[in-house]
Write a protein that binds this ligand. Structure first.
Ligand code: BES
Ligand code: ZN
Length: 455
């Protein structure tokens, strides 16, 4: 049990910790936008300084991308070791006009903190730092050795942390990897996540005429790239929501009855989905419930679509080009490289004549599955129950954290996904938010976990 003094410290310093988090959130560390490179750098300094002030040994690694921060407390051989992972970079903010207040001017309203990065992932990773701080500032010996690896390239598909992990497995050696970059089941029910989806992210480029053509002069004489792309997209899925890429489902690990029963017992309804998303009706692969689709089935979705004229009024053209970005969220045991290859071959096969089609494979991620029964899992469950005052339920996530599989493979340690955000936190979207109650509860949970993991 984490000493009462540790938890009392977290309670007594809530306002200060919130103020510090706000300072962190004011730094626009958008890793994918090079105009923000300086800011991303500043966010790494913020994190490194804070860990250094706590007395940890900190190393900042430049592996060609954004700085990778490694920090450790004293490592004693008689203690277990926990490795905490998180990211200090954030997503771009567009469409900016849909934010109620500026994304990098944190604001608290009704107990909710609004800012880009508040939930994904600055607020969540900060709970780990504050938990460790509580022990150190109270002069209470840490129950475990602590290591931090905090990256600035999670949102932009950077390679630094992969290289570092592959080349330095001894440095990162640990008894468990703790990650808070996922969600609770809902505001009052913590979840312990045992599966993340993988990802294959593709771009389809369709080219036709050398320039936009007058649709009267040339319409009907050449293939229209926008129409051609629509034809391709229409063949990606059938009416039942199943992906038509050949072999797509070959390696899908079916949900077992236990999981399906567990999901059903959570009582997620169409009304909740509608309330959360604003979509007029649920839709997805036939034969599966909403939670099964969300957590346990692979998807194929257009993420972006661009062609021709979208401005005011009418402009009569045959566009020269059309482009679509398509994401396929994958489940165990699908392989992103295989899926990407199958996708490209299929698109080329179904492409109509009269246009040139190019398929680009952007970054991917492998899906993750962790055993639901283990001593570390138990420690995580206990910590969540004590930290949130309610027993956790088993959940999976539709999102991806690309480094997790590399951790599993290189470090051979169990991964614990303790998410403190909410599915409705608007991550990657305008008005991202983080509930302060969940921030405090998260910090308590992380503090308790340090003690529980030592057992
Ligand atoms: N924190 C998210 C992952 C996440 C999202 C977990 C939703 C649970 C629910 C993470 O920062 C993220 O956004 N990952 C990307 C990875 C991708 C770019 C390879 C994602 O899932 O889109
Ligand atoms: Zn993210």
């Amino acid at each position: 049990m984490a000493s009462e003094k540790v938890l009392a410290y977290l309670d007594a310093n809530r306002q200060q910790h919130l103020d510090q988090l706000c300072e962190f959130l004011r730094i626009p560390s958008i890793s994918s936008e090079s105009e923000h490179d300086q800011d991303t750098q500043r966010a790494s300094v913020f994190v490194a300084d804070e860990l250094r002030e706590l007395g940890l040994a900190v190393a900042v690694h430049d592996l060609g991308g954004h700085p990778l921060i490694y920090a450790e407390t004293e490592q004693r051989p008689d203690r277990k070791t926990l490795l905490f992972y998180g990211h200090y970079d954030v997503q771009p903010v567009d469409p900016l006009e849909l934010w109620d207040t500026p994304p990098f001017e944190p604001r608290v309203e009704d107990g909710i903190l609004y800012a880009r990065g508040s939930s994904d992932d600055k607020g969540q990773v900060y709970t780990h730092i504050k938990a460790v701080e509580a022990y150190i500032r109270q002069g209470i010996e840490l129950p475990v050795n602590v290591k931090f690896i905090i990256e600035g390239e999670e949102e932009c598909g950077g390679h630094s942390i992969y290289r570092y992990t592959e080349e330095n497995p001894d440095k990162l050696a640990c008894d468990a990897i703790i990650i808070s970059d996922t969600t609770l089941y809902n505001e009052t029910t913590p979840g312990i996540c045992y599966s993340l989806k993988g990802l294959a992210y593709m771009e389809i480029q369709v080219s036709g005429p050398a320039m936009d053509l007058h649709s009267g002069s040339y319409g009907g004489t050449v293939q229209n790239p926008a129409n051609a792309l629509a034809e391709i997209i229409a063949k990606l899925k059938d009416e039942d929501g199943r992906c038509l890429v050949p072999g797509f489902y070959d390696d899908v690990l079916e949900l077992d009855q236990d999981e399906r029963d567990g999901f059903a017992a959570l009582g997620y309804t169409d009304e909740i989905l509608q309330q959360e998303t604003g979509a007029p009706a649920p839709f997805g692969e036939a034969g599966y419930t909403t939670l099964e689709r969300m957590w346990g089935r692979p998807t194929c979705d257009v993420n972006g679509l661009l062609s021709g004229y979208g401005g005011e009024g009418a402009k009569t053209i045959i566009p020269a080009k059309a482009m679509a970005k398509v994401s396929m969220r994958l489940v165990p045991n699908q392989d992103p490289a295989q899926i990407a290859t199958a996708f490209a071959a299929y698109v080329e096969q179904i492409a109509p004549t009269g246009v040139t089609v190019k398929v680009i494979d952007h970054h991917g991620a492998k899906p993750v599955l962790v055993p639901r029964q283990s001593a570390m899992m138990q420690a995580g469950m206990t910590a969540l129950e004590k930290g949130f005052g309610a027993p956790p339920v088993f959940i999976r996530e539709g999102g991806s954290i690309p480094i997790v599989r590399t951790f599993q493979e290189c470090l051979k340690a169990p991964v614990l996904l303790l998410g403190y955000g909410l599915a409705t936190d608007n991550i990657h979207s305008p008005n991202e938010k983080f509930h302060l109650e969940n921030f405090w509860q998260g910090a308590r949970t992380s503090a308790i976990l340090l003690a529980e993991a030592a057992r």
